[in-house]
Design a protein around this ligand. Structure first.
Ligand SMILES: [Ca+2]
Length: 341
């Protein structure tokens, strides 16, 4: 997108970020960008608080034990990509020898009660595959599991380690149980790594690599306040399961990797040159001296020398004419989701 062109097309009055698609030359059908999962995050803390327990699974299970009342079990493995910025390679994954609905539990040693409470539990998890099942964090006090999960995740995250955290009350002695439940897809991967207990509340610091997600939209239930602005073409909110869609489109969304998932798509169906349309986020509040991180997944089945996806920012009434991001040809792989940070 040229600077002049960007300035002409960003006419929005109340918005600070816009994703715009520009067709630079005549194109026929067969190309389309699509977007799924857009996240804005706050900056990360620069100092790490002291840790009272840490497990990388690099050498062993760190005295974590299998919960015998479950049929499944967790096993150490080293075949997935390691956690970014972490030098070790081993993690634990739910054993593949589990059938649909079966659970596995991995439990920490018992931690004594402490006046330093609550403490922050941080860990990374990996959930890939449709109908993955779920991972939950449970607490055991006085020998009994506390009713209700402290944390749970049942939504596939793709081939990526995701950070998580939760505060744990240390007023009484406690052990932590990581419980996995196999979904319909017995091939799905459920894994854990880098479990840490920090000697302060999660509210007192920003857990390492844990983004504060101000705005996250996977476009599954709604547009989350995003607006779609059509120009020469249009952005559409679709699910590939809809048989009425008559243009080439990704067979699976990024969130669920199924044809029931949802995403935004802009079909390039004609020869009109110019701005196809914009996907506009809700307005974000400015914080002085703080950088915010925008993350999204996209796909482009076309030619970057002829059409392009760009991200631009609008600040109050001023328009930043230069796009803050535009795709380059190295990312152009037909019908493959790509992550932009
Ligand atoms: Ca590890």
């Amino acid at each position: 997108m040229s600077a002049e062109r960007a300035g002409m097309t960003l006419l929005l009055q109340i918005l600070v970020m816009a994703a715009a698609l520009q067709v630079r030359a005549a194109q026929q059908a067969q190309q389309l960008p699509a977007e799924d999962v857009i996240t804005a995050t706050a900056p990360l803390a620069t100092t790490a608080p002291s840790e009272s327990w840490h497990c990388t699974f690099q050498d062993d299970f760190c005295n974590m034990t299998t919960v015998s009342s479950y049929k499944g079990h967790w096993e150490r493995n080293n075949t997935l990509d390691k956690v970014p910025s972490v030098q070790d390679t081993w993690y634990v994954a739910m054993s593949g020898n589990t059938s649909k609905g079966q659970r596995a539990g991995l439990e920490t040693p018992v931690f004594s009660s402490s006046p330093v409470t609550p403490r922050c539990l941080t860990f990374f998890y990996y959930m890939d595959g449709a109908n993955t099942g779920q991972i939950s964090v449970l607490l055991r006090r006085g020998g009994d599991l506390v009713e209700g999960a402290l944390w749970t995740q049942g939504r596939p995250q793709g081939q990526e380690w995701m950070p998580a955290h939760a505060d744990i009350d240390f007023n009484t002695s406690v052990s932590i149980v990581f419980e996995s439940k196999r979904g319909n897809n017995v091939e799905a991967v459920l894994a854990l790594d880098e479990i840490t207990i920090v000697e302060m509340s999660c509210n007192s610091f920003q857990p390492t690599d844990e983004p504060d997600q101000r705005t996250m939209c996977d476009f599954e239930d709604s547009l989350c306040g995003f607006t779609l602005e059509n120009e020469k073409g249009e952005w559409l909110w679709i699910t590939p399961h809809d048989k009425a869609i008559n243009f080439p489109h990704p067979a699976h969304d990024h969130t669920y990797s199924t044809d029931f998932g949802h995403y935004l798509v802009a079909p390039l169906m004609d020869n009109r040159e110019g701005l196809v349309g914009r996907v506009v986020t809700p307005e974000f509040t400015e914080e002085l001296n703080k950088t915010q991180c925008l993350t999204f997944w996209y796909m482009h089945n076309g030619q970057t020398n002829k059409d392009a996806l760009t991200v631009s920012i609008k600040h109050d009434l001023d328009i930043f004419a230069r796009a803050v991001w535009r795709e380059t040809s190295e990312f152009l792989v037909n019908f493959e989701w790509r992550k932009v940070v």
